[in-house]
Design a protein around this ligand. Structure first.
Ligand code: GLN
Length: 500
């Protein structure tokens, strides 16, 4: 049963491809057929068999010529927030209906250069604003574990596609949790790197001081393989990208596998101090989630890690701070959609102002409109100091609290989401209920720290629960290493949704 191609992860597929046991064209055809069979999940917004098979054919030529590299010929799919030349790029918005970019996002071209084959574009919340993927202008995404529930958001299509084995890996973006939270709710692994680790060039901008790209896959090892190619400086095109050399995140993990050389590998988690902020384990978190998280932490203890209590006293303030700063930046970023240069333009209008008004009202959905209005308000004269500036000051304090905590521990752990996935539509009429569900992911985003979600068991309704691991700046390798050791000892990340 588990010899099907779609059951293989990135590393396993790469090995089969390198051994020429299967061709990239065969693998790609297999996944494209599955995407068609599972179209009801709503995970994909665009596919193009001709484009994908041409890319696969090119990978096969490289393989036939003897080229070997860890991602060559392996398929993936991109969140629709990344612009792509070969597929439409809508960012989940009517504003960008049928939009074709003249260039590829840096992350997209880096993965293509590594030989990955794109299966298409993945559904997401409009302009990445949301926590349930029910803010997509096109259609909701269904959680493969229970199709009546959300997959999380805003990278909901990216998470559902991996969980349903429609792609071995996907890209996501995380502004306030949009990689970690859907990974948690859909039972897969995802990492948001340190702010700046991956170039933002060609990512449709939401909140530029927070936006960060990252990989989503079933295992930490597969995420490491992708991140090694995605990361790296891109200073000519994104001045906030980190000027640090690319790292081979996967080598240490592979070395640490049973049978690996072990030379560079971490054999166990002996000596790793995991900090547990009391604010992440309080009454706000549902009992089923806490139980799964605590059981996972007990597993880390068995692997040699020690648990220490830490304090992140401003955690609760991360919600109001984020929901001031993110809309402020969004209102500025989205002002470029004016119907003039690109994007939707109303079919009929009076003067120029009327053209702006009609084009923007027709193109933007409710949540995006709400955030533009909040953002414009908090940036306006007379409110700037009271809201925006205040939020920036608290943001700095939140970052300092993390640095204090990191004097006591190496990694901070807790839940990703206070509950398992909720029913589609349950929070649609109550945006604040959605905002509150971001409580555990926002603070590390505001601080610019790397964080990941690792499958850690199941909670209510047999829905997946993710464990969040937050590292200090530039410590992605440490997070991936700890997650990998956990995944060598547990099998939560290999579980499959019923009927998949
Ligand atoms: N749920 C958060 C929001 O709606 C985070 C979104 C994201 O990370 N893109 O803004």
């Amino acid at each position: 049963m588990s010899t099907d191609l779609h059951d293989l992860g990135v590393a396993e597929l790469a090995a089969q491809l390198a051994a020429r046991k299967v061709s990239s064209v065969e693998v790609t055809q297999h996944f494209l057929a599955r995407i068609g069979q599972h179209a009801d999940l709503g995970a994909f917004l665009a596919t193009d068999h001709e484009v994908s098979l041409a890319q696969a054919g090119a990978a096969d030529t490289r393989l036939a010529a003897g080229e070997r590299s860890p991602l060559l010929g392996v398929p993936l799919a991109h969140k629709d927030v990344f612009v792509t030349r070969d597929f439409p790029s809508t960012a989940g918005s009517r504003m960008l209906e049928n939009y074709r970019s003249p260039f590829d996002a840096t992350v997209v071209s880096k993965l293509a250069g590594a030989g990955m084959v794109s299966l298409g574009k993945l559904n997401c919340d409009e302009f990445a604003m949301g926590s349930g993927n029910d803010n997509s202008a096109w259609k909701p995404v269904h959680n493969p574990w229970d199709i009546s529930r959300v997959p999380g958001g805003s990278s909901g299509g990216s998470a559902a596609a991996v969980a349903a084995r429609l792609a071995p890996a996907t890209t996501g973006t995380d502004t306030g949790g949009s990689i970690r939270q859907p990974a948690s709710l859909s039972g897969i692994t995802g990492i948001k790197p340190t702010y700046g680790r991956c170039s933002r060039y060609g990512m449709v901008a939401f909140a530029s001081s927070l936006d960060q790209a990252g990989p989503m896959a079933r295992s930490a090892l597969d995420c490491a393989l992708l991140l090694s190619s995605m990361a790296g400086p891109d200073l000519d095109r994104d001045s906030t990208s980190l000027d640090l050399p690319a790292i081979d995140y996967a080598t240490d993990l592979i070395a640490a596998q049973p049978g690996g050389t072990g030379a560079k590998g971490q054999k166990s988690l002996q000596g790793l101090r995991i900090g547990l902020p009391s604010q992440f384990f309080g009454a706000g978190c549902s009992a089923d989630v806490l139980q799964a998280v605590r059981a996972a932490l007990a597993e880390f203890e068995k692997l040699g890690a020690t648990l220490v209590d830490v304090d992140l006293p401003l955690t609760e303030l991360s919600i109001p701070v984020y929901y001031v700063i993110a809309p402020a930046e969004a209102s500025s970023n989205l002002s470029r959609f004016d119907g003039v240069r690109y994007g939707h333009r109303a079919a009929s209008y009076g003067d120029l102002t009327d053209m702006y008004k009609k084009s923007r009202s027709e193109g933007f959905g409710d949540e995006v409109t709400r955030r533009i209005m909040i953002g414009t308000y908090v940036l306006s004269h007379g409110y700037y100091d009271a809201y925006y500036l205040k939020a920036q000051k608290i943001r700095r304090l939140i970052a300092e609290d993390f640095q204090k905590a990191f004097t006591q521990c190496d990694i901070i752990a807790g839940p990703v989401s206070p509950t398992v996935a909720w029913k589609i539509g349950e929070k649609s009429d109550d945006p604040v209920a959605s905002y509150l569900a971001d409580i555990y992911t926002l603070s590390s985003s505001l601080a610019g720290l790397p964080g990941m979600s690792v499958p850690a068991g199941f909670g209510a309704h047999q829905m997946p629960v993710g464990l969040q691991l937050i590292g200090n700046y530039f410590k992605e390798a440490q997070l991936l290493g700890a997650a990998h050791q956990f995944q060598l000892a547990t099998d939560w990340h290999t579980r499959r949704p019923p009927g998949i």
